[in-house]
Design a protein around this ligand. Structure first.
Ligand SMILES: NC(=O)c1ccc[n+]([C@@H]2O[C@H](COP(=O)([O-])OP(=O)(O)OC[C@H]3O[C@@H](n4cnc5c(N)ncnc54)[C@H](O)[C@@H]3O)[C@@H](O)[C@H]2O)c1
Length: 254
């Protein structure tokens, strides 16, 4: 095995949120590395479109990952279609911003934690259970956010609490499953130019203020995350587990 052999050729990779901005770029990255990609997303049309663009050796699975009892059968269907799962990338997530902490509702809390944290946990459980039973090992990568560390501000605190949970779960799963050769890591994006952060309605001066807050003086792009994620899943990261990889142009440094 050469240093630059990623070891992803012919591997089966699930990318949740694969029809979203970052998820799509990550799915493209794994396809380029020779893996078979299962694009999983609640947006059925976009899921089918991304899978079709990737090519015939890939497949799309429209699914609401908040439906916990459906997750194990979903992993079963993916394995039957593309082969046993080697890599799971949990990117699906939402943010609900409110002006301040006092206007956060219980529904806001549940909506964010149900997909960002609960679904991520139980999908990982379903995938890892099969990796352990089949003695295959594998790699799981969770998407957190810089807010895992900063705590965010105002109404985004609830979102960031879910992402803090993601970072904690990354470490706990990494420690628990290391004896089964399952590595678990996280990617922490910073300020990424996707509809989650910037919309056509966002005033230019607000976008500039975001750029000014980043030492590298540009917003992150979805493609910036593909390399970091493929790296963590690859042979090059064979001895890395429990890590949170900061992909933020220096927005925070840790
Ligand atoms: N954009 C940023 O600045 C930023 C910063 C830090 C972290 N992140 C994280 O990166 C990830 C991707 O963000 P993005 O900007 O690409 O967002 P995005 O909205 O483009 O993608 C998220 C995807 O998740 C899917 N999804 C939502 N709920 C789902 C559910 N119940 N079941 C299945 N799929 C569901 C959506 O349909 C969407 O395609 C998220 O976890 C987000 O929290 C983004």
């Amino acid at each position: 095995m050469g240093l630059l052999d990623l070891g992803l050729e012919g591997r089966t990779v699930i990318v949740t949120g694969g029809a979203g901005a970052i998820g799509r770029a990550v799915a493209e990255g794994f396809a380029e590395a020779g893996a078979r990609v299962a694009v999983v997303d609640i947006a059925a049309e976009r899921t089918a479109a991304v899978a079709a663009e990737l090519g015939p050796e890939h497949a799309g699975f429209a699914a609401d990952l908040r439906d916990i009892p459906s997750l194990d059968p979903l992993v079963g269907r993916i394995s039957e279609t593309l082969g046993p799962v080697d890599v799971l990338v949990n990117i699906a997530g939402i943010i609900k911003r409110t002006d301040n902490l006092f206007t956060v509702t219980e529904a806001d809390w549940d909506a964010q934690h149900d997909i960002n944290l609960k679904a991520l946990f139980f999908l990982s459980q379903a995938v890892a259970r099969r990796m352990v039973e089949e003695k295959r090992g594998g790699s799981i990568i969770h998407y957190t956010s810089q807010g895992w560390m900063s705590g965010g501000f105002g109404g985004s605190v609830v979102y960031n609490a879910s992402k803090g949970g993601v970072t904690t779960i990354t470490r706990g799963m990494a420690r628990s499953w290391a004896p089964h050769s399952i590595r678990v890591n996280a990617v922490a994006p910073g300020l990424v130019e996707t509809p989650m952060l910037v919309t056509p309605e966002t005033p230019p001066e607000s976008v500039q203020a975001l750029i000014d807050s980043i030492p590298m003086k540009r917003l992150g792009q979805p493609a910036d995350h593909a390399g970091a994620t493929v790296f963590l899943a690859s042979n090059m990261a064979a001895y890395i587990t429990g890590a949170t990889l900061n992909v933020s142009g220096g927005f925070l440094m840790y």
